[in-house]
Design a protein around this ligand. Structure first.
Ligand code: FAD
Length: 397
């Protein structure tokens, strides 16, 4: 495929608008949000009003229609300012809205995607269970057929936006014996249905503005219109969502890395030790060079992957097997390297700050705690390496 990395004038204008929004409206609230560990309701409301809950969703369904490239621009800029806000929007958009766009019927798109893209409803995605994390095919939440209906029973954990979500894309076993290959189905589950309870919300190391909730399903009855994609093919739905999510996670990491590098630059130029700004010492200069290299490489990778996904379109039936494998490998590479480089860059920036970098309330201390989760969620980096190595062994480089 052609490699083009020019942003259009419209994309640059969008970047500039998001940057202004994030700096003026989000930056002032993040210290208090982090301290109080509260979901940032007011700024989430403002993001909805700006259309930011539907950036890549086509305009016909109420989104901004800016595709994956526009969406990555948005998350890169948001990621410069706060990881909680980017995680909230990404769980909603990448993991909640995209699977409806890719696999939903027209009726499902009108009923669940359009209000979500306009920000009238919040979405979440729920795959993980107490006994199945990386081994997601071993999930035990049961979807039993009863006439035309499905009855769901089980416990899901670690659901980002789980406390606030109006609807969750939830994976359950329609056949325990078949596992991931034919035995798992994706359902659209609305909060408030009889038998649906939000359980415990976790206390976390970072991304304090997000909720990470348990969902308890006690014989939740769903009509057939709530099956997303085909019965037994829930893993196609989940993996397509995760391919989008892993690239968008790379974009948010890219933003976090730039913010950390800028903090380090500013600090190094202004902190004097042994009679010189510490930026005069080669050890510090080389740390900055290493940061710049990682930022440069990740930027190319993120936008290449985003452009690639835009070109593939949103109809999974139109993709060849090789195209699907290529997309999944690329998304895993972006997620894995992006999250590890973000951790490296933020760690080195903290080191450049010396003691102040370790003090609660500084931007770099918060970034350090916030960044760590990116190596774990949306599939741990060990699992990304499993995905990449399997594909390399199967198809070669
Ligand atoms: C803050 C937060 C938000 C989350 N949000 C969501 C969400 O919105 N929706 C959702 O469904 N889930 C969510 N998760 C769950 C997350 O995706 C899982 O925690 C993650 O996939 C790992 O699963 P696990 O915690 O069970 O770890 P485990 O699978 O038990 O893994 C433990 C360790 O073993 C390693 N490991 C496991 N299998 C292998 C293997 N085959 N080869 C090599 N190493 C292996 C892992 O990499 C890891 O290091 C969230 C988690 C957190 C903490």
């Amino acid at each position: 495929m052609a490699i083009e990395f020019e942003f259009t004038a419209d994309q640059e204008a969008f970047r500039s608008a998001v940057r202004t929004f994030a700096t003026k409206e989000i930056a002032p609230v993040v210290v208090e949000m982090d301290e109080k560990e509260e979901f940032p309701r007011a700024t989430v409301q403002r993001m909805k009003e700006e259309g930011y809950f539907g950036v890549p969703i086509p305009e016909e369904y109420g989104g901004l229609g800016l595709g994956k490239v526009g969406y990555c621009i948005f998350l890169e800029e948001l990621g410069k300012v706060d990881a909680s806000h980017s995680a909230i929007v990404a769980a909603h958009t990448s993991l909640g809205a995209s699977p409806i766009l890719y696999y939903g019927t027209e009726e499902q798109k009108q009923r669940w995607l359009a209000p979500a893209a306009k920000g009238e409803k919040i979405l979440a995605f729920s795959l993980t269970e107490p006994g199945s994390g990386s081994d997601s095919g071993a999930l035990r939440t049961l979807a039993e057929k009863d006439g035309n209906d499905w009855v769901l029973t089980g416990n899901k954990i670690y659901v980002t936006n789980g406390r606030e979500a109006d609807t969750t894309i939830l994976l359950a076993a329609n056949d325990l014996k078949l596992g991931a290959n034919g035995g798992v189905t994706a359902f659209l589950v609305d909060a408030g249905l009889p038998g649906y309870t939000v359980g415990r919300c976790e206390k976390k190391m970072g991304i304090h503005g997000t909720s990470t909730a348990e969902l308890i399903l006690d014989h939740v009855r769903l009509g057939p219109e709530r099956v997303l994609g085909e019965v037994g093919k829930g893993f196609h739905v989940a993996m397509t969502a995760l391919d989008v999510g892993r690239v968008s996670l790379g974009a948010a990491s890219l933003g976090g890395m730039q913010a950390a590098c800028n903090e380090a630059l500013e600090f190094a130029k202004n902190r004097t030790q042994f009679g010189l700004p510490i930026s005069e010492y080669e050890v510090i200069q080389f740390k900055l060079a290493d940061m710049a290299m990682k930022i440069h490489a990740l930027r190319l990778m993120v936008y290449h992957a985003a452009q690639h996904q835009d070109k593939m379109g949103t109809d999974p039936k139109a993709w060849s097997r090789l195209e699907r494998y290529g997309k999944t490998r690329e998304a895993a590479i972006v997620k894995c390297l992006g999250s590890e480089w973000a951790s490296d860059v933020i760690d080195e920036s903290l080191q450049i700050h010396g003691g102040i970098g370790y003090i609660r309330g500084t931007a770099i201390e918060r970034a350090y705690r916030d960044a760590r989760i990116s190596e774990i969620f949306e599939g741990t980096n060990e699992i990304q390496r499993v995905v990449i190595s399997r594909d390399v062994l199967g198809r070669g480089l």
